[in-house]
Design a protein around this ligand. Sequence first.
Ligand SMILES: Cc1ncc(COP(=O)(O)O)c(C=O)c1O
Length: 335
Amino acid sequence: MLLGHEKEKFLYLPTPLEKLENISKDLGVNFYMKRDDLTPLAMGGNKLRKLEYFVKDAKDKGATFLLTVGGAQTNHGRLTLAVARKYGMRGAIVCVDDYPGEVSANLLLDSMMGLDVWLKRPEKGVTEEMVADEIAKMYEARGEKVYFIPMGGSNELGILGYYECAMEIDKQAKELGLKNPLVIDTVGSMGTYMGLYTGILNEGLDLRLLGIGILKYDDMIGYAKDYFERVKKYYNLDVEAAGFNLTDKYDRGAYNNPVKEVREAMYYMAEKEAIILDPCYTGKCFAGILEMIENGEIKKGEDIVFIHTGGVPGINTPFHRIEMERERGNFIHVI
Ligand SMILES: Cc1ncc(COP(=O)(O)O)c(C=O)c1O
C-alpha cells in the first residue's frame, strides 16, 4: 500500500542498482545504473511501474480492456498491451500519427501480442483523447469494459510507480554506501521525474535529482504544470515545483531525431558495458551526461545513478536503424 493505493505485483522488485565499473574508471565518476530496463514483459521499461497501479485499479473496476494513447512507436503503449495480456484482458493503442512505413520496433512487438493499434492521420484540432473516446465507444458497444490510461500513464495513480522507485533507490544507495547521489532521469512527459521528485521530497530521501530533457523546457513544463498541481491536491502533499532541476540543453533539437552524438554515446555504452540504450530517450540522456562530465557540471568522483528507463525496441525504428547500419556495418566479414 502506497499513499492509500494497492498494486498488482509483477515486477520482481527491486530492480538492480549496479556500478558500471568500466565506465566509472574511464570517466572518473562512480557511475551506477538503475536497471529498470530489466523489468519483465515485452522487453521492459519505466512504464511498467505505473502499470502495476493501473492494472489493480482496472481489475477492481471490472475492466476487460486497457486503452491508451501515444505516438505510433510508443513504449508506454507497448507496455500497456503487455500488461493487458498478462492479466487476461484485451487492449488497444490510439495514435494520431502517420504510419511509419513498416512494422518494426514497438509496432512489431504490438503485433506479436495480437492487439490493435489505431492510427489516425494528424489533422488540425484532432487530439488523441478525442479519437480514443470514439474508439472506446466502439469497443464498449462490443461488450468490453474499457479502462482508459492517459498519455505516458501520467495521472494521480501513475505517479506512484516512480515515487516508490525513489524509495527503492534510496535504500539500495544506502546499502552500497553512497551519500546523497545524483539521480539522473530522462525526461519526456515528466511523469517519471515527478514521481521521483515527490517521493524524494515527501519521504525526505537522501537523493539529489536531475532531469535531462529530450524536449524543450517549455514543452516539459507544459506537460507537468497541471499534473503536478492535481497530484499535490489529490495526496495533500506539501511539495513545490520550484525545486524542479531540469535541463533541456541536450535535447538535440527535436523529439526522436537521429543524432550522431547520441548514437556514439550508445556505442560507447555497448562497447564498455554491453548495455543497450535507445536513440530516443536513454541514449540522448547518456550523451548529455557525457557532456556534463566533460564540461565539469558533473564533478569527478561524484556518485551518480542513471535510471535506465528502457525503450530499447526503438533501435529498430527505420530512421535510426539505417544510420547505425551505415556507421557500424563493417563488422561482418564474409569468408
Ligand atoms: C524509454 C523511456 N524513457 C524515458 C521516458 C520519459 O518518461 P516520462 O514521459 O515519464 O518523462 C519514456 C517515455 O515514454 C520512455 O519511453
